[in-house]
Write a new protein. Structure first.
Length: 169
């Protein structure tokens, strides 16, 4: 699981294993829950976890998750890029025929079956117009991050607030 999350990067795996070993010291084995709690900077999984929070409008959880990502060293521009990719995949997933399963979607979306399953579930929670509005918000945030003297944390928090807001009537 750790190798998959870290794309098989030996240096990162060693660092994370040392951190996990210290975390479970005296308890014995490293469990999947330990990896999920400690290896929060693994973008492969975090984008979909964050997508779940955004789709269900769990603003407090999304802001806390963002705070963890930023403290772990994730770069705001990288997060915006990953979120934009995810929003594009959600739009593609939304356009798949009803009843498409994760394995069928994986081929069409170009992702792993488990991630495709999450994409399908989250895509159905949000209207297409909201997904497109989310892409616009991401593009605006990306532009602002690249402007002179931005406050990256404030921009990211504002982005999360926009993405978790109730749609306008």
């Amino acid at each position: 699981m750790l190798a998959d999350i870290l794309n098989g990067e030996p240096a990162r795996m060693r660092i994370e294993l040392e951190k996990l070993a210290a975390y479970v010291q005296g308890r014995g084995r490293i469990r999947a829950e330990d990896i999920e709690s400690l290896v929060v900077a693994a973008r492969k999984n975090t984008v979909w976890q964050l997508a779940d929070m955004l789709a269900t409008r769990k603003r407090d959880a999304a802001l806390a998750f963002l705070d963890n990502l930023l403290r772990e060293g994730e770069q705001p521009a990288g997060l915006v890029g990953a979120l934009a990719w995810m929003y594009r995949k959600l739009i593609e997933a939304r356009d798949l025929p009803a009843g498409t399963n994760g394995f069928q979607a994986a081929r069409q979306l170009g992702m792993r079956p488990d991630a495709a399953e999450v994409a399908i579930r989250n895509a159905r929670r949000l209207p297409k117009a909201e997904l497109i509005a989310g892409l616009v918000a991401l593009a605006e945030t990306d532009s602002q991050l690249k402007s002179a003297n931005p406050d990256p944390r404030a921009l990211m928090e504002f982005l999360i607030a926009r993405l978790t807001s109730a749609p306008a009537a």
